[in-house]
Design a binder for this molecule. Structure first.
Ligand code: IVH
Length: 707
């Protein structure tokens, strides 16, 4: 340490927070070096001094003491990685548009949602989409108190100490709202990236594939002094929690951020029409090659913040913005082999193994081939794609990357086809378990019929189970799951929760396995314990049932509220008729395909038993319908029918849901309230027959306080 330390009484809480974050990072790094790499970096005395200082700060500022703090850990601190931070306002991502028509559709959908005519003025901002990683900076009383990565949007990593080393990130703000969360993109310029890679190479350290990876790798350093040595930059373009609005429009808010001392992107403009938006897109695309940083599109945002507020959000993206992506980058290379991967629902997915080639700054050696039709040169309807050219092992193929997604094969060069190349024969049996793989009518995908006996499906299900949006068990990633499955320690999700009882002590112990130690085994058991109590929606998603993704799981959890209610409803719906089935398919956003898949999973005895074993080991927390404080419609089931005149049907529905109501498409005995506009027909009639309260649009607006 060697530095004089400021008396803790002389520090502000923000200063203490920053120092503590740096200390924790150093302690954790020292732990990692000591435990995992067997190469202590500092002496025991230095280590003790770091911990003592952290403890002193936590005692002086109890609000800063967290349960994850290394000072609270038994023995040496474990926490591999950063402390987690819950975002007070979720960090959203963006929906994409890939061509002009999709942009026009987006603008139309905004107008329709807002019930605006074609000609009513509606302005958008257009700004470059920076290809970096997003960061949320929280200022309290004008001081930076926390910086967090996006993570899954709800929870990110605390990288405060690292953010403090970035030049573009002010530590203090003059005349800012008391609480201000500034959001934007951390990135690295091309020049800085090249120089960094040259330095890395000269030292024999790993180099980075592109500026974005370099920026991510630099920000997420446990040792903030490493981040400090990396030339990171930051553009501000959004905000989270604010105690007072920045301005009335998007454009003016960005200007305000600039006035506060942030870098904002100079290619940001305001557009009044779709042609203006598209012109700006073309202009930015023209300039792209001359910019010293990577951008991958243009983001359009509704300028008026009051309208943004009305438009609101879907589960992960705002309705008021869209990213217009630049066309994908492409390259040609040789297809060396086609491998088949088996997914968690049994889908056989062909993967292209390629001679490595650089596509848009990233080395690509694998790409998806989608399914057997795609390889054969036809689409799901049997129509030719690539003019019917099939893809064969040995062919020259064109690879492209669109955004973050897995690379794809666009085309094949028949002139370069090697002599004797044979059409690819898609396997009819699962390469993992040998069961027959069949293709059901109307399904583009061939699936293994092995179910739970197929090891590939079982492992993929487990990987899904521990993934971020599901159980997110720290220390139990895809690799660990594979190894533990291979040795029979974990066969199904329930086994994870028996791991400590079975392998915490005794002759076969986790800590004695290769790659594990006393500390990491303890940490894993603790991480597992922490997820034993878990929200219903996460459990439903984690089951990995086909067609039941994150948002469907959310809808089901909200609708049924508890595990017991959900499970019995799905069992009752098994006959695909009757009230339980009707209720299930009546949930807005749950289609027949999803419902079928769900009841099928629970109808299979082995699968159901496996799910029940899991549920027995968990405390599944109920999901309350989102109750807006004092909402008159919280928990009620509403039906809109007829024409609404003051707001579009979509907005009415979004408003009702935000107030905690369920919106259904049909009237039944479960309906609490019908809102009927002019032209209401059979639904209003049915409501009258059932004696359900029916009101008009004005009464509805008064009810929700919008009239
Ligand atoms: S706005 C609520 N604006 O793109 C909307 N995002 O694909 C929040 N990004 O996670 C995002 N430039 O990391 C916005 N000018 C820009 C952006 C931008 C880059 C990133 C951001 C976001 C991702 C979504």
């Amino acid at each position: 340490m060697g530095q004089a330390q400021t008396d803790t009484r002389e520090l502000t809480e923000a200063e203490a927070a920053a120092e503590l974050a740096a200390l924790r990072a150093r302690i954790e790094r020292a732990n990692a070096a000591y435990h995992r790499q067997d190469a202590p970096e500092i002496t025991d005395a230095e280590y003790d001094a770091l911990k003592a200082r952290a403890l002193a700060l936590e005692e002086a500022f109890p609000a800063l003491a967290t349960p994850e703090s290394p000072t609270r850990q038994v023995g040496a601190a474990p926490a591999e990685g950063f402390a987690r931070v819950r975002h007070r306002v979720r960090m959203y991502s963006l929906a994409n548009a890939f061509d002009d028509d999709e942009v026009a559709d987006f603008v139309r959908s905004v107008r329709a949602f807002l019930g605006m005519g074609e000609d009513a003025p509606l302005a958008f901002t257009a700004e470059p989409k920076i290809d970096g990683l997003s960061l949320s900076l929280r200022y309290e009383g004008g001081r930076l108190v926390q910086a967090a990565t996006r993570g899954d949007g709800q929870e990110g990593e605390n990288v405060t100490a690292n953010a403090l080393t970035v030049n573009d990130i002010p530590e203090r703000l003059e005349s800012a709202p008391d609480v201000l969360e500034v959001r934007g993109e951390v990135y690295m310029t091309h020049a800085d990236f090249a120089a960094l890679n040259a330095r890395q190479a000269a030292r024999g350290d790993k180099t980075f594939a592109n500026p974005r990876n370099a920026a991510a790798g630099s920000l997420r350093q446990l040792d903030a002094t490493i981040t400090a040595a990396r030339p990171l930059r930051f553009f501000a373009y959004a905000w989270g929690e604010v105690s007072a609005p920045l301005a009335e429009t998007q454009f003016a808010s960005i200007q305000r951020l600039k006035a506060l001392g942030f870098q904002t992107n100079p290619l940001t403009v305001r557009c009044a029409t779709v042609p203006e938006m598209l012109d700006h897109y073309a202009a930015v695309e023209q300039q792209r090659a001359t910019l010293d940083y990577d951008i991958d599109g243009v983001v359009y945002k509704v300028d008026d913040l009051a309208l943004q507020g009305r438009l609101g959000y879907r589960s992960t993206t705002p309705r008021w913005a869209i990213a217009h992506k630049f066309p994908a980058e492409t390259a040609w290379t040789r297809l060396e082999a086609i491998d088949i991967q088996v997914g968690r629902t049994g889908a056989l997915s062909p993967v292209a193994r390629l001679t490595p080639v650089t596509v848009g700054g990233v080395v690509v050696s694998n790409a998806t081939l989608h399914n057997e039709d795609y390889i054969a040169g036809r689409d799901a309807k049997g129509q030719p794609i690539r003019e019917g050219r099939d893809i064969r092992v040995g062919d020259w193929v064109q690879v492209y990357r669109a955004g973050d997604v897995i690379p794809k094969i666009a085309d094949v060069d028949l002139m370069k086809r090697p002599e004797g190349a044979e059409p690819y024969e898609f396997p009819t049996h699962c390469p993992a378990c040998g069961s027959e793989a069949i293709r059901e009518e109307g399904d583009a995908v061939r699936r293994c019929t092995g179910g739970l006996i197929c090891p590939a499906q079982a492992v993929e299900k487990l990987k899904h189970f521990v993934s971020r949006a599901a159980f997110d068990i720290e220390g139990l990633g895809a690799k660990q799951v594979e190894a533990l499955y291979a040795d029979g320690w974990i066969r199904e999700p329930a086994d994870i929760f028996d791991l400590e009882a079975r392998y915490g002590s005794g002759p076969r112990q986790l800590k004695n396995r290769e790659g594990w130690g006393d500390k990491s085994a303890k940490n894993l058991f603790q991480a597992i314990e922490e997820t034993r109590e878990i929200e219903l929606n996460r459990v439903i998603f984690a089951l990995g049932i086909r067609h039941i993704g994150e948002s469907a799981a959310q809808l089901l959890a909200r609708h049924y509220g508890s595990w017991a209610a959900f499970r019995s409803a799905v069992r009752e719906a098994e006959d695909r008729q009757g009230a339980a089935w009707e209720e299930l398919i009546d949930i807005d956003g749950i289609g027949v395909v999803m419902a079928e898949s769900l009841v099928t999973a629970f109808a299979q005895e082995r699968e159901r038993a496996s799910i029940d074993r899991l549920a027995e080991r968990l405390t599944i927390t109920d999901v309350a319908a989102p109750t807006a404080e004092g909402s008159p419609v919280a928990g009620k089931t509403l039906v809109f029918t007829g024409t609404l005149e003051k707001m579009s049907r979509a907005e009415a529905k979004a408003r009702a849901e935000a107030l905690g109501a369920k919106v259904s498409g049909s009237v039944s005995a479960k309906t609490d309230l019908v809102i009927a506009g002019p032209g209401a027909g059979s639904k209003a009639k049915k409501a009258a027959e059932l004696g359900i309260e029916t009101i008009d649009e004005d009464a509805w607006l008064r009810l929700i306080g919008a009239g």
